[in-house]
Structure formats: structure tokens, C-alpha cells
Design a protein around this ligand. Structure first.
Ligand SMILES: Cc1cc2nc3c(=O)[nH]c(=O)nc-3n(C[C@H](O)[C@H](O)[C@H](O)COP(=O)(O)O)c2cc1C
Length: 193
């Protein structure tokens, strides 16, 4: 079945601390994604949403969002068909900021797809595996192909502040986005019943 509207993919920058790398990595993924014509890609930066630690009185499964910041975040996530989570590894998991942002919502994530771009001194694989578990509870399908950036190899300079991704990563970005678009298109039919 074909759809008139292009698939909408959010590239979520998943950390918020000053000096973070998530925004730089998200913009790089966006620059590569923009070469494609099979979906529309937008960066969604957690830092722009200023979400406090979850402060909703009713659990998100009820969909009774009380706070303006939750309603804005819900409207943002609801507007996308698919996600690319750009996640650091913090203590062998994802960032608290990203977990908190995920926890805020429920229905807006359901029956959608996610791919991952991780980074850390050990490439962030454990953050991705944790995210897969978390997202399964939210009925998000996660694709196999992912992109793993290594501090020391893909970030250089004395304090690793220069982003110098190795060329080989572009192949992995393409593979991950291919799967996100394919599954994202398929799952849109599920949501439309
Ligand atoms: C609280 C904290 C915990 C970290 N834990 C890990 C870790 O478990 N494994 C790892 O490879 N890197 C770890 N790092 C290094 C980060 O992956 C690296 O600093 C990265 O740039 C953090 O993401 P951000 O710049 O977007 O905040 C940690 C960094 C922080 C701030």
C-alpha cells in the first residue's frame, strides 16, 4: 500500500549536559539522512524540551497528560513515524535524560520503529541493548543495524572534543536508516488498523 505523506523520522539527541556530544552526532546523522528521498528527517533535541524528572500524577499508559511540557513532548513524538535514538553510554546504560524522556509517554511511541546511534569510550553498545529492553515495553520495534562511535577513534583531540567520524560509519548509517524506513513504513499500516 502506498501513502501520500512521507515517513517522518525523528533523530533524537539523547543527552543534555553542557559540552555533550549528542547534538553534534545527531546533526551528522541528519546531514547523511538528508541525502535520502524515502523519508523526512528532523533532529529532536532533548535539551530544547527542558523536561524535568517525570512529574505527571497519572502513569503515561492512561494518556492523561497534565503538564504543558508533557503535552508539548507528546505532540512532538506523536508527529513522527520512526525514531533514531542518538545515545551516549552512561554507566553501561543510556543517559538518565533520555530514559526520563522516554518514560514520559506511552501511546505516542506505540507500534513505531527505532534505530540507534551510540557513542562512548566503549562505543555505547550496552546503552543500546538497555534501550531495546525499555522500548519493547513501549511497543517499539528496534532494528538490528546500528551505528557505534568510539571516543578516541571518532572523537579526537586532547579532550576528544573534535568529531572526526571514520568513513566506514557511513555504510552503517545507511544500513540502519534503510531498516528504519522499511519497518517504519510497514508499521504505519499497523497503526492505521
Ligand atoms: C555519567 C557518565 C558515565 C559514563 N559512563 C560510561 C560508560 O559506562 N562507558 C563508556 O564507554 N563511557 C562512559 N562515559 C563516557 C561517555 O560516553 C562520554 O563522555 C560521552 O561523551 C557522554 O555523552 P554526552 O557527551 O552526550 O553527554 C560516561 C560519561 C558520563 C558523563
Amino acid at each position: 500500500m502506498s501513502h501520500a505523506a512521507p515517513l517522518r523520522v525523528a533523530i533524537i539527541a539523547g543527552s543534555t549536559r553542557p559540552g555533550r556530544k549528542a547534538d553534534t552526532v545527531a546533526r551528522w546523522i541528519h546531514s547523511l539522512a538528508e541525502r535520502r528521498d524515502d523519508a523526512v528527517f528532523e533532529v529532536v533535541d532533548l535539551a530544547d524540551h527542558g523536561l524535568p524528572l517525570i512529574d505527571e500524577p497519572v502513569p503515561p499508559m492512561a494518556g492523561m497528560y497534565n503538564k504543558p511540557h508533557t503535552q508539548k513532548w507528546a505532540a512532538t513524538i506523536a508527529s513522527f513515524d520512526a525514531f533514531v535514538f542518538v545515545t551516549p553510554e552512561y554507566n553501561h546504560s543510556t543517559s538518565g535524560a533520555l530514559k526520563n524522556a522516554i518514560d514520559y509517554l506511552f501511546a505516542e511511541w506505540n507500534d513505531k520503529v527505532a534505530g540507534f546511534v551510540s557513542y562512548g569510550f566503549n562505543s555505547g553498545f550496552r546503552a543500546v541493548e538497555h534501550l531495546r529492553l525499555v522500548l519493547s515495553e513501549l511497543k517499539v520495534a528496534t532494528v538490528r543495524s546500528s551505528v557505534a562511535l568510539t571516543i578516541g577513534e571518532d572523537f579526537t583531540g586532547q579532550t576528544y572534543t573534535e568529531f572526526t567520524p571514520r568513513d566506514t560509519h557511513e555504510t552503517y548509517v545507511t544500513a540502519m536508516l534503510d531498516e528504519v524506513v522499511t519497518w517504519g513504513t510497514a508499521l504505519r499500516t499497523v497503526r492505521q488498523g
